[in-house]
Write a protein that binds this ligand. Structure first.
Ligand code: WTA
Length: 651
């Protein structure tokens, strides 16, 4: 049986339908239902037509070379992502159009036109060159949500230096591991960032990380909070603003091969060590360009806002590369939705006239909890299209979003994809698709997705199974950085030649896809991936801990919450203080997103006779369910005892 965070039976009975509003349909970038069939017949021709809309220094010779699991898209082509996001627009009437409207948490604002952004990117690319950075060298970027973040990414892309963005909420240790895995030469960070009115001390974390990261030659520091003026190391550290002074505003974009690496992005899988997902140049650009254009329906005068952090793939694809390659105006916001008050997002929507808004179900559920008065305080009349990403959206949250944010006339696109897929793969097309609350509906044209059983056979409509992808797509991952074996093993070995997503999924009678959550050991906390193994290794790293198991417990707001079961070393007594200390220890090792909500001390963990921890039973215990099948347990008494203790705690 496929495990999931939603109740399959509840999904079966969802009978609300929302066809595209006629006015929306009429103006949509795509409103011809024939696109699906056309793309299915000739996917390569379909992608190549989008590719014609991009700028190429040299056109490709071959659209696709597929030697499973290795795909090469647009071989022989020469292209540059930064050129496509900037120079192409600067050469047109878009040159003085706002590309990025950035708002800091304290309320400060900066607007970059395409021309401004082009100049800043060229200057910074020249600065990087001046530091000796060459094509192919890796650059780690550990920044808050400030304009220098996309500027740095686009400068790297301009030179063909792969960037590796590390989310600013990660710990120094997580940062260090990622720098070391990619052997990055340069680290770009800031003194700090603002979050909920406080300063996040990025420079301190960066300094700590660099101590154990010997490949780092230079640390470039953005001055954002003014809190690290006395922490600059004269040997390695240089201020961003000093570096930019006097740089030329001209830096020709490097003509790169289609398959040159654009970036690495680390994500959690089933082991303790995050893996560097490799994305390349032409196919990735094309995939984000095409999906942004058709799914977000962007028009010249749209104001688009994706609320993700650029530290995650959603920000890479749908704040930076997709919208900028489309010449869109984007909002970028530094802080949290409840600062200074719980209406901050809606005040931003009203203030800038946001038309297309893209966020995560966990945020929507938080807004639901806060109450309708916050969106109601603002005029949200500019909105015309809403999006959701990161985890399954439950129908109640979908309906709330539809009614209280979309005033019951904005299509909601529930977009399914992964760090590995690079681009959205399952989603409505807002001018075509009849929506069902809670369903990501159907694959994007040209995408061959299927739900299969253990044996790899497609399940009948009305059934559930594993989501797989049967054909390559342009923005697909090309490898795991430095670990090609794991790439094959993780994604391509369960069903050879077919991509295994590790998501459970159900098809309804009409063939709609209903995502059910992960079927592996990945916990999805507020739409962020954490592996149970990462949490467990952080816990056993503490001197008091003998053994640990962690699971994702269903959570009304976060989707899943991290819960850990811990066996202490013999001489160590359990205590409230120790519990707090262990939670803090995990946050310190990985980052606060991984902090367990609850830790339970237990004398033993439930294991199979072969010694495997039975997380399924721990989940039953944590969620207060009757215990599932315990026959394979080495000692069923262990879990019974655990359940008794736990039920007492809850009472
Ligand atoms: C989950 C985020 C249901 C899924 C873009 C996937 C979703 C994982 C959806 C990838 C959605 C993402 N409906 N589940 N619309 N979008 N997921 O790599 O489990 O951070 O495997 O990429 O998030 O998370 P990642």
């Amino acid at each position: 049986m496929v495990e999931g965070s939603q109740n399959i039976d509840a999904l079966l009975t969802e009978d609300r339908r929302f066809p595209p509003p006629p006015a929306f349909q009429e103006q949509a970038n795509v409103n011809d239902p024939g696109v699906y069939e056309e793309a299915a017949k000739d996917p390569e021709g379909f992608w190549a037509r989008f590719a014609e809309e991009l700028h190429w220094f040299k056109k490709w010779d071959k659209v696709l070379e597929w030697d499973p699991p290795y795909a090469k898209w647009f071989q022989g082509g020469k292209i540059n992502v930064s050129y496509n996001c900037l120079d192409r627009h600067v050469a047109t009437a878009r040159k003085n159009k706002a590309a990025l409207i950035w708002e800091g948490e304290p309320g400060d604002r900066q607007v970059y036109t395409y021309w401004d952004l082009y100049r800043e990117v060229c200057k910074f690319a020249n600065a990087l060159k001046g530091l000796g950075l060459k094509k192919g060298d890796r650059v780690t970027i550990y920044l808050p949500m400030v304009p220098e973040l996309p500027i740095a990414m686009l400068a790297c892309a301009r030179l063909g230096a792969p960037h590796s963005v590390v989310f600013g909420g990660f710990s120094s240790e997580s940062l260090r591991d990622r720098i070391n895995d990619s052997e990055a030469k340069i680290l770009i960070t800031a003194d700090g960032g603002f979050r909920r009115g406080r300063v996040v001390p990025l420079k301190e974390n960066a300094d700590e990380a660099v101590k154990g990261a010997p490949t780092t030659e230079k640390v470039i520091v953005v001055r954002r909070t003014g809190t690290a003026d006395d922490q600059m190391n004269p040997d390695t550290d240089v201020w961003w603003h000093d570096l930019m002074e006097g740089q030329s505003q001209v830096c020709p974009a490097e003509p790169l091969d289609s398959e040159d690496i654009l970036y690495l992005l680390y994500t959690s899988g089933t082991t303790g060590k995050p893996k560097g997902i490799v994305h390349t140049t032409a196919g990735y650009l094309l995939g984000t360009y095409a999906t942004t254009k058709w799914i977000f329906d962007l028009k010249e005068d749209d104001v688009y806002w994706c609320t993700a952090d650029i530290g995650w793939v959603t920000g890479h694809s749908y704040i930076v590369y997709g919208p900028l390659s489309n010449g869109a105006t984007s909002i970028m916001y530094e802080g949290t939705p409840d600062y200074p008050d719980r209406d901050r997002f809606w005040s931003i929507v009203e203030k800038y006239g946001v038309t297309v808004f893209y966020t995560a179900p966990t945020a929507i559920r938080t807004f639901m909890r806060w109450g309708t008065e916050y969106p109601a305080k603002h005029d949200l009349g500019s909105l015309r299209l809403l999006g959701s990403v990161g985890e399954p959206i439950n129908p109640e949250a979908w309906m709330w979003y539809w009614e209280h944010v979309g005033r019951s006339n904005c299509p909601v696109v529930d977009t399914w994809w992964q760090t590995e897929t690079g681009m959205i793969l399952i989603s409505p097309l807002p001018g075509l698709t009849t929506l069902k609350p809670g369903s990501a509906t159907r694959p994007f044209p040209g995408i061959d997705a299927e739900v299969v059983d253990e044996g790899g056979n497609a399940v009948d409509l009305g059934q559930g199974g594993y989501l797989v992808l049967k054909k390559p797509w342009p923005a697909m991952l090309r490898n795991i950085y430095g670990d090609p074996e794991r790439f094959v093993q993780q994604y391509w070995s369960r069903y050879p030649g077919i991509y295994f997503t590790a998501d459970g999924c159900k098809r309804d009678d009409e063939g709609y896809f209903w995502l059910l959550g992960r079927v592996d050991d990945v916990i999805n906390v507020s739409a962020h991936r954490i592996s149970t193994m990462e949490v467990e290794s952080a816990l056993v790293d503490h001197t008091a801990v003998a053994e640990a198991a962690s699971i994702g417990r269903t959570d009304d707001v976060k989707g899943q919450a991290v819960v850990a079961f811990v066996t202490l070393k013999e001489e160590v007594p359990a205590s409230e203080e120790l519990m707090v200390e262990l939670k803090q220890h995990v946050a310190g090792k990985i980052g606060s997103i991984a902090r367990p909500d609850d830790i339970y001390f237990t004398a033993e963990l439930p294991k199979t006779r072969s010694g495997k921890i039975m997380r399924r039973l721990l989940r039953d215990v944590a969620e207060g369910r009757a215990l599932g099948d315990t026959t394979t347990l080495a000692d069923p008494a262990v879990v019974e005892a655990l359940k008794e203790r736990y039920d007492e705690d809850e009472a």
